[in-house]
Write a protein that binds this ligand. Structure first.
Ligand code: GDP
Ligand code: K
Ligand code: MG
Length: 294
């Protein structure tokens, strides 16, 4: 009988948690970007391999929250550490004082934790990896310390074997064709948000929420007609998202449509709308309504 269990991926923003999730599962489950606060809620990604089922939980990067959205994000990351079999703490630099925040949470949970040093493809010398390892030594009784590259999928066999030690024999939690707990709507909305993250700068990417308003099969054209709403916090941001002559919105729409078509093997007809909801990130009710609360 195979093994199965839950593995939470935690770490600072931008260390590559979502990239690692996608690479391990072998499908784009979570959106990724060079910007912090890309991941806003916990996302499950499931890998079925050799009779074993790995249920990975990707989390928002842990940081000191400043607004309602941030508080929900931090809560999601912390709660995802309860009742799991193993934790992957992803880092890409030597230990710093700012890592103590996460270290304390890990100590508090006391779960088997694998320190995953990511982005080794970017490190120039092997001694750079050693420097990171040494800086984390003695901080926690890590189960293992494993350098990887989520980008190149290096040392994944080693990583999966290390995780397997903490999973249990027994029936699997999810059917084999189930790769994520996210709805199709949520995944589409996230893909649209990802394109906005890449297309905009400064405060704009963080001020955006995306919701799928309607999704209808068009039998005549054999397409899926999707209407999505992009919500921003200020009029000026709406102007930026729409762009001169609507060019920015068009670009976002084209990129999102292409990727949605590819991932879901669909022909989507995507229409984007933009709306201002003043300071929505500071309003707990709105944060919940946009799908980030509990
Ligand atoms: P998260 O915030 O921890 O979820 O990080 P993301 O997965 O969104 O990745 C943040 C940035 O790091 C993105 O630009 C990724 O392409 C990049 N990244 C992630 N993993 C790797 C890696 O193994 N190697 C390199 N070179 N870049 C990576
Ligand atoms: K990111
Ligand atoms: Mg992420």
């Amino acid at each position: 009988m195979g093994k199965s269990g839950f593995i939470t991926i935690v770490g600072k923003p931008n260390v590559g948690k979502s990239t690692l999730l996608n690479a391990l599962v072998g499908e784009k489950i979570a959106i990724t970007s060079p910007k912090v606060q890309t991941t806003r809620y916990r996302i499950t990604g499931i890998l079925n391999e050799d009779d074993n089922q790995f249920i990975f939980i990707d989390t928002p990067g842990m940081h000191k929250p400043s607004h309602s959205l941030g508080k929900q994000m931090d809560k999601a990351a912390t709660e995802a550490m309860a009742d799991v079999d193993c934790v992957l703490w992803v880092v890409d630099q030597p230990f710093k004082k700012s890592d103590e925040f996460i270290l304390n949470r890990i100590k508090h949970e006391g779960l088997p934790t694998i320190l995953v040093i990511n982005k080794i493809d970017e490190l120039e010398k092997k001694s750079d990896i050693d420097e990171i390892i040494i800086s984390f030594m003695g901080k926690y009784e890590f189960d293992e310390i494993i350098p990887v590259s989520a980008k190149d999928k290096t040392h994944f066999v080693h990583l999966k074997n290390a995780i397997l030690k903490h999973l249990y024999e027994g029936p699997q939690f999810y059917p084999e064709d189930y790769v994520t707990d996210q709805s199709k709507d949520a995944r589409m909305a996230e893909l649209i948000r990802e394109k906005i993250l890449y297309a905009t700068e400064q405060e704009v990417p963080h001020s955006v929420a995306v919701m799928i308003e309607t999704m209808k099969v068009n039998e005549e054209l054999n397409t899926l007609d999707v209407d999505a709403l992009i919500i921003v916090e200020r009029d000026s941001q709406k102007g930026i998202i729409i762009g001169k002559n609507g060019e920015m919105l068009k670009k976002i729409g084209t990129q999102a449509r292409k990727e949605i078509n590819k991932i879901f093997d669909l022909k989507v007809h995507l229409t984007l709308w933009v709306k201002v909801k003043k300071d929505w990130r500071n309003d707990p009710q709105t944060v919940t309504r946009y799908g980030y609360g509990d």
